[in-house]
Design a protein around this ligand. Sequence first.
Ligand SMILES: Nc1ncnc2c1ncn2[C@@H]1O[C@H](COP(=O)(O)OP(=O)(O)OP(=O)(O)O)[C@@H](O)[C@H]1O
Ligand SMILES: [Mg+2]
Length: 343
Amino acid sequence: MSALAINTTTAIDYTEMEKVPAHVVFPELFEPSAVMIQRRKNRHPDCIPSNPMYIPDPEVAKLALVWLVAPHQLLSLGLQGHTGTGKTELALYLADKLNLPIYIVKIHARMNPQDLEGSYVLDAEKNKTITRKEYGPAAKAYRNGGVLLMDEFDKASGELTSAMHLLVEGKPWPLEMFKETIAKHNQCYVIGTANTYGSGHDERYITSNQMDQAFLSRFMWLETQYPNVVQESKILEKFAPRLPLHLRNDIIKLANALRDAALGTNRDGDIDDPIQCIFSTRVMIAWAYYIQTFGAFRKLKQSLDAVFLKSVTPEDAGIVKDIVEKVFGDDINKPLKDLLAKK
Ligand SMILES: Nc1ncnc2c1ncn2[C@@H]1O[C@H](COP(=O)(O)OP(=O)(O)OP(=O)(O)O)[C@@H](O)[C@H]1O
Ligand SMILES: [Mg+2]
């Protein structure tokens, strides 16, 4: 879909902007005030609604927003953080609120440059077979504007990383496939998400690749963290309002105890013999959800097994079991109905 789409009666200019109070668009980030923010006036068909349950971390989200609304993006935006810290959600949230179309490219090791650029496809026209140019999602965002989300880009091969240099720098980008060079649209925003800073050989993220400094230095990096206790309580309250407060609090307590054992109390990896498994916000939400769907007569342990414990390696299993026992005691082997009755 091009930036200027013609419908039968009027042409919609998707690059037209409007000024709106910042707290109206981002009630989670701004108190009511006179601060205004510019966003696209018309919503493009390639816009994607974001997760209504998502509650952004105000500081990281504001910095990402500063990058987005600045007159120029000298660097692409790199969101780095552990799995399930909300990197992908943050990109989707910002694009949605600003009415920007978003093009997601899921990067993987076997992906090649053509997957970013596009390809020729066969099509039928007036009973004839014709060849049509079909731009890939990255080329679409680059040409027409919108957020280009290169998700998990630390999984890229060296070949793919080299092919992305000009793209992440905002330079004219030669598409080998079409023998054509495209310029970056002034409303194209390139965001990459990664679990690592491209260090390679990460014990926890074994499919992450090494990336060279030349590539990494083309990004402005923001680090996403697991939400703090207050934020996670709000997330769980929104997500699982029917679970009793004491149970929601214990779920959060367990999440944090396991993160302490994996990442250290400062979440900076400064810990001897860390466990490798991660109890992310994703897992926390999934557990709260499945506690409810497993029903009143199933034990908490059954849903925890299903969403987390079964995927824990034998090396971590003993420590994880001890932590679960320490936080939940006997409750972990009780059915939900007993815990609903508890005050
Ligand atoms: N701040 C938050 N508010 C509400 N839900 C959240 C938040 N952060 C994470 N989640 C939940 O966790 C899930 C994972 O988030 P997301 O996919 O953005 O993580 P990620 O950092 O991109 O992880 P990965 O590195 O594994 O791709 C979301 O689908 C959402 O349910
Ligand atoms: Mg992600």
